[in-house]
Design a binder for this molecule. Structure first.
Ligand code: SAH
Ligand code: SF4
Ligand code: F3S
Length: 435
């Protein structure tokens, strides 16, 4: 028997890419590939890329430069580019980087086994179609191998929102929802393999319409799966937060009290220029309704600073909004010009102005994050244990509020949910004791 070929996938970008990387590895499993943790012994290296900001895309080309050296040493090594840079740049990658054998877009990776075979036969393969067939249907059923306690599950892809700064509608295409029965089958398989918590993924996950009851209906059906203990979902758009989903946060015990709901800015003029289609007040009202349904919910957001024409006063409105809401954590980004998006056509702000705003934004976000973490000390939470800690005798899990929690406990606890009293708060995690 020939030894299995080795596949190394390097994943950039969002959770949807993490999920896609798993599915690509499974698809190539049928071609005799096993995954490896290092590029040093790989026969095929796939970069699953992100196009969201300029830096993210640049990383791909510098990584390809490094991989060229590796390929010079091992000419049989094959190199592929997948994900959103593959979609956006397509054959430009093959032209710019002769080291690349294969370019596959996010909607075509069910065709990866055939492309790999073509590459082994000496071709260079490119597929960035938005095919008519559903890639999830074309992919074989997922293998039954044992898994860790947490998993992602993509339920919706693509985006029709066209925020003025964003490439996602171009790289991932229009909004498509997977049928609920397929998702339930996949979820049952994951639970049989040991998964206890599923995070439903979509570029606009709350625009999900593959179930007559929308995302809330899907969550209710998933909650009936025995052995599945926790459900989360990300990323949501404020305008798709319907009443049923808000109610579910108060009534569905398996739905965790954490919500990532990006707002981007606190200025109505900037929100309008971003094409977000809601005002700051509408966001504040929405949060009030969500908190009425689930008072202890922990909220997080994304913020962009330095959007073209943003004034200091408008930036201050973003800080005001953050003070009004009180976020448990947030991601902050400097606006990055993306060719082909409407905002790229506008006059751009000087980098020093944007950098200064970013620092001020980050310090407020960090302050809020610390104070929310500190407020957890003395409280009892549920923790799903995921892995052994670095210190012997310690295991790490996530609380219902998605805080990482270190607890002295045996490793046999991995895969179980236990009540934990929080005793300490560090910069990025909490410490606690089993109750
Ligand atoms: N669909 C999600 C987010 C997708 S991208 C939503 O609508 O909220 C993740 C985050 O990247 C965005 O929320 C935004 O804050 C950030 N982002 C997207 N394009 C960007 C750009 N051109 N420059 C800087 N940040 C950007
Ligand atoms: Fe991008 Fe806006 Fe769509 Fe989110 S909603 S993926 S930010 S276009
Ligand atoms: Fe990046 Fe594509 Fe996700 S651009 S953030 S990998 S959808």
């Amino acid at each position: 028997m020939t030894p299995p070929k080795k596949l190394f996938i390097k994943t950039y970008g969002c959770q949807m890419n993490v999920y896609d990387s798993e599915r690509m590895a499974e698809a190539l499993g049928g071609q005799g590939y096993v995954t490896t943790d290092t590029q040093d012994d790989a026969d095929l290296i796939l970069l699953n890329t992100c196009h969201i900001r300029e830096k993210a895309s640049e990383k791909v080309f510098s990584e390809l430069g490094r991989l060229k050296l590796l390929k010079d040493e091992r000419p049989n090594l094959k190199i592929g580019v997948a994900g959103c840079v593959a979609q956006a740049e397509g054959d430009e990658i093959l032209r710019r980087a002769p080291v690349v054998d294969l370019v596959v877009g996010p909607q075509s990776y069910h065709r990866l086994p055939a492309m790999e075979a073509a590459v082994q036969a000496g071709a260079r393969a490119l597929d960035t179609d938005f095919p008519a067939e559903d890639k999830f249907e074309e992919l074989k059923a997922r293998p039954k191998a044992a898994r860790g306690p947490v998993a992602f599950l993509t339920v919706q892809e693509g985006c029709d929102k066209f925020c003025a700064f964003c490439v996602v509608p171009y790289t991932r295409g229009a909004e498509v929802s997977r049928p609920a029965d397929r998702i339930l089958t996949e979820a049952r398989g994951l639970v049989e393999a040991g998964v206890r918590e599923i995070t439903l993924l979509g570029q606009n996950v709350n625009a999900y319409h593959g179930h007559p009851g929308g995302l809330a209906g899907l969550i209710d059906d998933l909650a009936k799966v025995d052995g599945l203990e926790r459900i989360r979902y990300t990323t949501s758009h404020p305008n798709d937060m319907d009443e049923a989903l808000i109610v579910a946060h108060g009534t569905q015990p398996k739905l965790m009290p954490y919500l990532h709901l990006p707002v981007q800015s606190g200025s109505d003029r900037i929100l309008k220029a971003m094409n977000r289609k809601h005002t700051a007040d509408q966001y504040v009202d929405l949060i009030a309704r969500i908190r009425a349904a689930r008072p202890d919910i922990l909220l997080s957001s994304d913020f962009i600073v330095g959007f073209p024409t943003e004034t200091e006063a408008e930036f201050q409105q973003t800080l005001d909004l953050i003070r009004t809401i009180g976020f448990g954590m947030s991601y902050t980004f400097k606006y990055s010009t993306r060719p082909g998006t409407p905002a790229a056509e506008k006059p751009q702000l000087p980098d020093d102005v944007t950098t200064d705003r970013l620092h001020r934004l980050q310090s407020l976000i960090t302050k809020q994050q610390r104070s929310v973490q500190e407020s957890m000390v003395g409280r009892d939470v549920s923790v799903l244990f995921e892995k052994a800690g670095r210190m012997p005798g310690q295991v790490i899990g996530k609380s219902d509020y998605l805080h990482a929690v270190h607890v002295p406990a045996p490793v046999q606890m991995i895969g179980y949910v236990r009540r934990v009293r929080i005793t300490t708060s560090g910069p990025n995690s909490l410490g606690g004791e089993l109750i």
